[in-house]
Design a binder for this molecule. Sequence first.
Ligand SMILES: *Cc1c(COP(=O)(O)O)cnc(C)c1O
Length: 377
Amino acid sequence: MKHYRCWAEIDLGALERNLGRIRAALPAHVKYVAVVKADAYGHGMPQMATRLMQSGAHLFAVANVYEAAELREIGTGWPILVLGPVLPEEERYLAEYKLIATVSTEDEITRLSERAKTAGEPLPIHLKIDTGMGRLGVWHEEAARMLSLIAATPHLRLEGIYTHFSSADSDPAFTLEQRNRFLRVLDSLPAHGTEHLLVHADNSAGLETFSPDQPVNAVRIGLLQFGCLPYPDSFLSSLRPEPVLSFHARIGIIKTLPAGTPISYGQTHRLERDTRLGVVTAGYGDGIPTTMSNRGAVIIRGKRCPILGRVTMDQTIVDITDLPEANPGDTVTIIGRQAQEHIPVEEFSRWAQCVPWEAFCSITKRVTRLYRTSRVQ
Ligand SMILES: *Cc1c(COP(=O)(O)O)cnc(C)c1O
């Protein structure tokens, strides 16, 4: 790795094992919808999707038709669900790339039916139910009306029904309420002609309260397959998911400045002692957010070194006074393991004051992704 200035290592073996662990914890009939939106949470969509296809994923979910088209380039063998709304000018891609659309409104049902008529083939859809997220989906109390409308609308083929939890990682009581609202909608479905439906509610955090007794036959997993827990002390830690991604840079230069010297833009830090500084070859232009300024640390030679002053676009300044053995060119680990020390993405996100999903999505295009396969650990 000595020829990169900033890179992410992505462990395809860990991804495969995580998927295996999640599936093993679920009843065998439950289908695995692999969520690979936003470039597979910054891990690289084509590489992640290709590995997930070989490892037991049944379906893929992405945010929009452009992500879906990119995924479809890999192959035709997997159903692709578009989670987000489809804009009028994007409708034609649904048939072209054989995608499944999510609908929540009458307007979408009318538009897609007309589009499918033009395309000359039925269009597969999933109906989304809003059980308390307040975003996409038909409000659960109006779901029955929407289901009748779909049944009466030609050229559409209802293949699934789903909901999304707003607080699965923070409010189990509200999640239970959302589940119950969803179950009431499922109860209102006619017994015949709905056996084939894919019924799904759980994201990673939802698994915490997943119950095999419910008529849910699929889960939609993003974060957990990348080895990150949706919240600390999660029961899901018993699955022992392995982090898939680690994030690294190098020491560019080393220099010593006297006590009292201000550091970086805005002089938000002043040296308390004569300090040996390492200038790291990564900044917010790579994915170290400015919220990490004067907070958090990186790992060099297996030891934590605190960030001093404001993170800049291309460089971050760290204190290496207690690390006389450090040299220019040394590897700096920003997320992940180095020797005995470890900065999990969960800790990085606390420093960055963001959610782990966002930390992954903030690693920019400038960061080279390197793929490798590790043995079982
Ligand atoms: C992103 C997303 C998921 C995956 O959520 P994780 O918490 O990353 O597992 C599932 N469902 C929907 C609708 C999403 O938008």
